[in-house]
Design a protein around this ligand. Structure first.
Ligand code: UDP
Length: 492
């Protein structure tokens, strides 16, 4: 008789930045052929996800009912993509209403399997409350953090130790960190800068984040060798296992999940890169959600042109313009910039969205000017590309700090959407990294070492298992041990 496949339930918060790493994890687990994957989310999110699943995927999509109107949110609001920022806290708050619905969903799932329970439930960092339900049914429960260990350790610490603006100094030391970590006021995302414990974000995050404490363990999308301080923080804070299983990323074939259309075809992009010298191109992108101010865009464009270096720049509409607005080169970029760099062959301006992984994996690319979103960081480091950091929001400030101070593969050029960065400062950083300077060589060498570390972390061979493979095995074993203990208990 064929062996029964164990079921793993995954349940992310309704935001693309949460759904995408969960989808990557779901596909990663499905590939092992050992598990049936059930992916839980609200109807609209699942509909979007369905169209981006690989054709041969057998992931079960299971709806949890949700009507945003019941929570005083605009109609059809099921993703942070479709709400203004000040309502995101309300969307998180609304997820507390999932508790009875999720319980019913787990119950139905067990009934359908004739009483056989899922092996484990992996939920979002905002859904620590799921532990209660998992525990009731005797199911293993883990939280999955799609970001990095250090970034989220800082994020966690900052939210649970409010307020920060009362400090006399612009710098403060994060409590409980295994090594002194100092945060500067400029490294606080806008909403953290104004949070005082009574605002809507503080209220909900201070409620849900400490619930991580109850989970049976925490999975982190990072690599143990690169992220020791953050991982140690969580181990000490929660006294629970922490499993660094990264990088867990969508493969190039599965990246339709982002639901974006490329501003240039992959073929054309590669063709252009093929014409460039080895390690001679700077790639510039600020991710899928963030954008900079028009004045910053002007300075960046002038610096790129003046540097004389080859570049690919993914240009999203600047702050104040809708992502779907018509491309206004005359307003956003120096006069004639696009034509000049196209004619000279110096650069490619890609509108809105580019095939990032294909670019970063190309031999001509040498440096990435990035907002330090965690997926971008993992994608760059997996290909040995050092980073010029320009963190803009959320935990990107701490990712940049980790990359610069702990790993040594980054120099920061600017911080935040309102920093007054000048052409000469950007040009200096580009030259520092791309010319044969001592620092540039050091960073490029370090990035190549990191690439090998990451490659080794995911090696899964008969006589060698990398740290991330071992961590995933340990997590699955811990769930199996709980299953066996439960079976033992029910026999007694
Ligand atoms: N991305 C892409 N093309 C672009 C910009 C971004 O494919 O033009 C992808 C990128 O490869 C990464 C994701 O979008 O996988 C961005 O995630 P990240 O965590 O770096 O930043 P976020 O968008 O969440 O701020």
């Amino acid at each position: 008789m064929a062996q029964r496949k164990e079921t793993i339930v995954l349940f992310p918060f309704m935001a693309q930045g949460h759904i995408i790493p969960f989808l990557a994890l779901a596909l990663h687990l499905e590939k092992t052929n050992k598990y049936t994957i059930t992916f839980v989310n609200t109807p609209l999110n699942l509909r979007k996800l369905k169209s981006s699943l690989p054709q041969n995927s057998s992931i079960n999509l299971l709806e949890i009912p949700f009507d945003s109107i019941d929570h005083n949110l605009p109609p059809c609001t099921e993703n942070t993509d479709s709400v203004p920022y000040h309502l995101v806290s309300k969307l998180i708050e609304a997820t507390l209403s999932f508790k009875p619905l999720f319980k019913k969903l787990v119950n139905d799932l067990i009934d359908e399997q004739n009483g056989y329970k899922p092996l484990c439930i992996i939920t979002d960092m905002f859904f620590g409350w799921c532990k209660e339900i998992a525990q009731e049914y005797g199911i293993f429960h883990a939280i999955f953090i799609g970001g990095g260990g250090f970034g989220f350790a800082c994020y966690y610490s900052l939210w649970v130790n409010l307020p920060h603006r009362n400090t006399d100094s612009d710098e403060f030391v994060l409590p409980d960190f295994p090594e002194a970590s100092t945060i500067h006021a400029t490294q606080l995302a806008d909403y953290l800068r104004v949070a005082d414990g009574s605002d809507s974000f503080s209220a909900i995050l201070q409620k849900v984040l400490p619930q991580w404490m109850n989970a049976d363990g925490i999975l982190v999308n990072t690599v143990e060798e690169l992220d020791k301080i953050g991982l140690m923080y969580f181990k000490r804070k929660f006294g629970r296992p922490v499993w660094p299983i990264g990088p867990v990323l969508l493969s190039t074939e599965n990246r339709g999940g982002a639901g974006k259309e490329y501003g240039i075809s992959t073929e054309l992009c590669k063709k252009w890169l093929d014409t460039k010298r080895y390690s001679s191109v700077l790639y510039v992108s600020f991710g899928s959600q963030n954008t900079i101010a028009t004045s910053q865009m002007m300075q960046l464009a002038m610096a790129l042109e003046a540097s004389g270096k080859n570049f690919i720049w993914v240009v999203r509409p600047p702050i104040g313009f809708d992502i779907n607005s018509e491309f206004k080169a005359n307003e956003w970029l120096p006069r004639g910039f696009e034509e000049r760099i196209k004619c000279s062959g110096q650069g490619l301006v890609v509108h809105k969205w580019a095939p990032q992984v294909e670019i970063l994996s190309h031999r001509s690319v040498s440096v990435f000017l990035s907002h330090c979103g965690w997926n971008s960081v993992l994608e760059a480091l997996s290909h040995g590309v050092p980073i010029i950091g320009w963190p803009l929001a959320a935990e990107q400030f701490y990712n940049s700090k980790l990359l610069e101070e702990e790993i040594g593969v980054c120099v920061e050029v600017a911080r935040g959407k309102s920093s007054e960065v000048l052409k000469k400062d950007i040009a200096a950083k580009i030259e520092l990294l791309m010319n044969e300077t001592e620092k540039g060589t050091d960073l490029r060498n370090k990035a190549n070492e990191v690439k090998v570390i990451i490659k080794n972390a995911v090696r899964n061979e008969t006589n060698f298992k990398g740290s991330s493979v071992k961590a995933m095995d340990q997590f699955l074993n811990a769930a199996l041990i709980m299953r066996q203990m439960e079976k033992g208990a029910s026999k007694d």
